[in-house]
Design a protein around this ligand. Structure first.
Ligand SMILES: Cc1cc2nc3c(=O)[nH]c(=O)nc-3n(C[C@H](O)[C@H](O)[C@H](O)COP(=O)(O)O)c2cc1C
Length: 435
């Protein structure tokens, strides 16, 4: 038991639920209601935020074809999470709502305007997961031949952040005066163009939206490479991270916090949430049996590798499943996740790596609500903070799992004083900073 509370987020996608499972919504969640209900459950459990990942292409990494992705509904179909975030905002009062938008895809002015609109609709609960995209196929959907190299993508993203930051600041917070005596809605002297001219982006400004409740959206990011970590340390209010075990989690957190301190930021302003996919049942044995059944099912390994290949733009179908990978793999996509997956030096076969990686978490959490809650507390004590980003094991979301976490695991965490039992703050950014 610890006196230190930690934060909870949930990582998901506006995609197909576990469509052929009895506890799912039948594979057609496109009206958004399945995810709205899920968000309400997360709010009852006092999560800081629900976060929707996003990518902008149909994967064909596995075997160079779309077959595995379409057949198994892996990362496709996938709908735009921003309109869904508006529905969720309307149905909740406290939960943060974070969506992913790529600096490769959105002109900065458009993104800033959408973020401002969403921050108003949500009453100050909107967060932006800042990504630079990681696939050539996504770049090709936006008229580029190839994805720019990672270093360049982060240089561009850095300039992008300067630009949108200026747009968010182009209205003084008190620019809307609504003075009936002078019949004035907004004071024009408090709204200024930015005339931003950078190497990659330019924009005149000002933004044509009202000043946002949070001033800017909460920034969420997932840098893994040195440049990505530096970016996250500079901008993020919350980092979503994946790492190997307590040691990897601690090393990642210490590194990002040191980078933040080195540029004069208080590291406590950054809440690092580690991906975790608890597998829960009434007994530890049952939870283990559940896990074994899932990972030993005939399609598990191929699905896990096809999914992981789509993040990393790597075709794992060319490697022997029963041998270790022949070489260290590199990618212009998610290198940090790939490094974690490869477990270099472990000598594990690709099949075992797929099983480990397919579990989706930074740390193994298999057991009852009580044993897993206890373990999560121990892990956070050892890592130093700041919380977990829950995701469905094997990326298969259904209502039973949402219930097991929100009605079983979270109350067990709350009884131990490990997570919040009520919201006390008005915005996502202040919720993240509450402790
Ligand atoms: C938990 C998590 C969620 C992520 N979500 C997305 C996403 O929605 N879209 C995307 O293009 N990249 C996503 N990424 C990739 C990151 O933006 C980033 O590229 C990756 O962590 C590798 O770091 P690097 O860019 O510094 O190499 C995610 C990564 C992690 C760990």
């Amino acid at each position: 038991m610890t006196g230190n509370r930690f934060h909870l987020g949930w990582f998901t996608t506006f995609g197909v639920d576990e469509w052929n499972d009895p506890f799912a919504s039948g594979g057609e969640p496109w009206d958004g209601k399945f995810y709205v209900e899920m968000a309400k459950a997360l709010e009852r459990a006092c999560f800081d935020y629900i976060m929707f990942e996003d990518t902008l292409m149909l994967p064909e990494a596995w075997g160079g074809t779309t077959e595995a992705y379409l057949k198994n509904a892996i990362m496709v179909p996938k709908h735009d999470p921003l309109p869904l975030a508006a529905l969720i905002s309307a149905a909740t009062q406290h939960l943060g709502v974070v969506t992913t938008m790529s600096t490769l895809a959105y002109p900065p002015f458009l993104l800033a305007r959408l973020a401002a609109t969403m921050d108003h609709i949500s009453g100050g609960r909107f967060g932006w997961n800042i990504v630079t995209s990681g696939e050539d196929t996504a770049a090709q959907n936006f008229g580029l031949e190839k994805l720019p190299p990672r270093e360049l993508r982060y240089d561009m993203a850095d300039e992008y952040m300067q630009l949108v930051g200026q747009l968010f600041g182009s209205w003084d917070p008190d620019a809307i005066v609504m003075d009936r005596e002078t019949d004035t809605y907004a004071d024009f002297s408090k709204v200024r163009p930015i005339h931003f001219k950078g190497q990659y982006f330019s924009s005149r400004g000002p933004l044509n939206t009202a000043p946002m409740p949070q001033g800017r959206p909460a920034y969420v990011q997932a840098g893994g490479s040195p440049k990505g970590r530096a970016f996250a340390a500079k901008y993020a209010d919350s980092i979503i991270a994946t790492a190997n075990g307590i040691e990897g989690m601690k090393a990642y957190r210490d590194d990002v916090r040191a980078r933040a301190a080195a540029i004069g930021r208080n590291p406590d302003e950054i809440k690092i949430l580690f991906l975790a996919a608890p597998i829960l049942a009434d007994t530890v044995e049952e939870a283990r049996a559940r896990t074994d059944r899932a990972v030993n099912s005939p399609e598990f390994v191929e699905r896990a590798l096809a999914l992981f290949g789509s993040f990393t733009d790597i075709d794992f179908s060319i490697y022997d499943l029963d041998k270790p990978l022949p070489e260290k793999l590199v990618t212009n996509g998610e290198q940090g996740s790939l490094d974690k997956f490869q477990q270099l030096g472990s000598g594990k076969t690709l099949r075992q790596l797929a099983i480990d990686g397919g579990m989706s978490g930074s740390i193994e959490l298999i057991g009852t609500s009580n044993t897993v809650a206890e373990r999560m507390g121990e892990v956070m004590d050892a890592v130093g903070g700041d919380g977990f980003l829950i995701t469905a094991p094997f990326h298969r979301i259904n209502r039973r799992y949402i219930n097991e976490v929100t009605e079983g695991l979270v109350p067990a965490l709350q009884r131990r004083g490990l997570v919040r039992t009520a919201y006390t703050q008005p915005t996502l950014r202040t919720t993240l900073k509450e402790f």
